[in-house]
Design a protein around this ligand. Sequence first.
Ligand code: ADP
Length: 659
Amino acid sequence: MRSHGHEARPTRPVRAGHVAVAVAAYVVAPFLGLDGFVDPRISEVWPLGGVGFVLLMTVWDLPRRWFVLVLVAMTAQTTGTALVYEYAAPQALWTGVTATAQPLVMAVALRRWFARPCWRPERQSDIGAYLAVTLATTTLVGLVGGYPRLGLSDLDSVVLWWWVLRSSVFCFVGGLLFAVLFAPPRRSLLPPAQWWNTVLVVVAGVLCVVGTYLDSALPLSWLLLVPSVWAGLTFTVRGAAWASLLVALLAAAMTYVPGLRFNYEGPLPAASVVDLLVMASTGFALLLALLREERAGLIEELARRGRESDGRRELLSTVLDTMAEGVLLLGRSGLRAHNAAARRLLGRPLPRDPDVAWSELFQVRGADGLPVDEATLREMLRHPGDEPVELQLDRDGSTRVVEVAVARLAHELDDGEDDAPRAVLLRDVTSQRARLRELGGFAGLVAHDLRGPLTVLDGWLELADDPEAAPDEAEAAMRRARDASARMRQVIEDWLSYTVLQHGRPEPQPVRLADAAAALVESRRGRAVDGTGPDIHLQLPHTVEADPALLRQLLDNLVDNAVKYTAPDQQPVVRLSSHDDHEPGWVRIEVSDEGIGIPEGQEEAIFEEFHRGPDEGRSRGTGLGLSLTRRIVAMHGGRMSARRNDGPGSTFSFTLPLA
Ligand code: ADP
């Protein structure tokens, strides 16, 4: 029921044009209705119910006072018309009241039924609602004597049935069609009909109605259904309503053509058959159009969901593919999906066939290095523990250490626990494990390297401190102690550089190689304890784009090595020269010495971390110098290599970008 002002409800604008049309129709409706001309007990045309309903629809959202005023005006209009037709006053008033009450009951009942602020039929069942409410209210009005010459005494009379049908045509057809036509416009999911199709439907409509009325024996009455079914199949819901309205109005108009009126004979006379056909025609047209609209809506929804799920799938695959970890999705029938990282990590195409033995294909071994058999592997993937498992895989001849974590997905979808889909996360920890091993070894190495010189230092300091020692002995002891401490500093510095370079970023700027080398020579001269520094020759015309501090460390390492790996009884000679590289924009720098030379066949191996050659040089090192040097070169985008000279010594050459 409408709520009148007590609670806030969304009021929608009352369309003045719609109200005007409905009021105009209602002014003439009683004149048409009360003029019975076939059977004195009934009217040939009874538009009051339908027109009244349409009027109430248009003013439904008016304030309560105005709405009541409309009801009173409707009653007065019908009563007045009845008086004009010389009804007795009480009968005229009763006719007025019932003629207004019927559309009001119809409107309230439909509003209850729909439970939404719109009269427009949205689904097929709404058409059933219009039909049911129409038949119920018109029957009721007939029974209580709403039509002046009918009453309970006519219950057994077919005349009541005739009248109910006649009144229902207007309520059902008028109510339903104007509910569509007066509804606020909205985007139709159906495409508009072609113009020629519209013309054909209109022509067919006219021909079919005329054809129906031409023969009162009704052989062509079924023609009434043709234009509506056609419109229902090709028009939008609104278009179908217009087509049905055309048919209904033409049919109503034909009723007034003398000589074409249908007879009222028997329980289902020709006139009632036409009434039924007009109702069916409207019902079918809207039903078909609504069904098509519903279908179009479903298709659109399906397409939207499809796009949504495509989007989600794309997002998921983007996320998966940008992950550094490998992900495998395993289902009941084997591998369902995997990401690019998994493919890279496993190093070969992943088998979709559930029968392929992964343990053999990837040569899976446990953390202890022993082969893992297929059953154990499958069990591991099926019943994952809380902690990730470490496995070793063979890839392209090298061994990768992979951390495997398994998560079960969507348990509720699966009947058997064992077959639940699983996500397997693979993390390549090879370099981490290697680094850990390396650091462990390095710590031992540092301890070992520091312990040696420290013991030596202790010994020499003790000797220098000995009051009985001769002055020259004490002096020599001090010199040796200094050597030992320098050696320790070297170990510590190498270690520091190694750690810093793991994460450092170079900040390149133009550096004149000659200046950088001159500064290096200068500082070496200052450091030389006994004044016997190496013999350094410079021929460095180029300017490079490099981080000055790193470049200095690089040159220092190489010159250091040249000195270290020259026999103790020989004067170290180092030549630094720069040349245009064969690759444009790059400078090749060579550092060559005349020392003992790189051990045969170890030109590449010496660049590995902690690699040390035979202990032939002047002093032992940490095995980090060259790997640091190469890393510095690589940080600038260059390459580095070493070779034995044809004569004595070796040459280290590297490239840096030209400034
Ligand atoms: P470290 O000098 O601390 O041992 P490096 O990484 O600097 O470590 O050098 C690795 C190995 O390369 C050395 O142990 C040595 O055998 C060899 N090497 C490096 N520079 C030279 C050189 N100029 N002449 C001969 N051998 C060298």
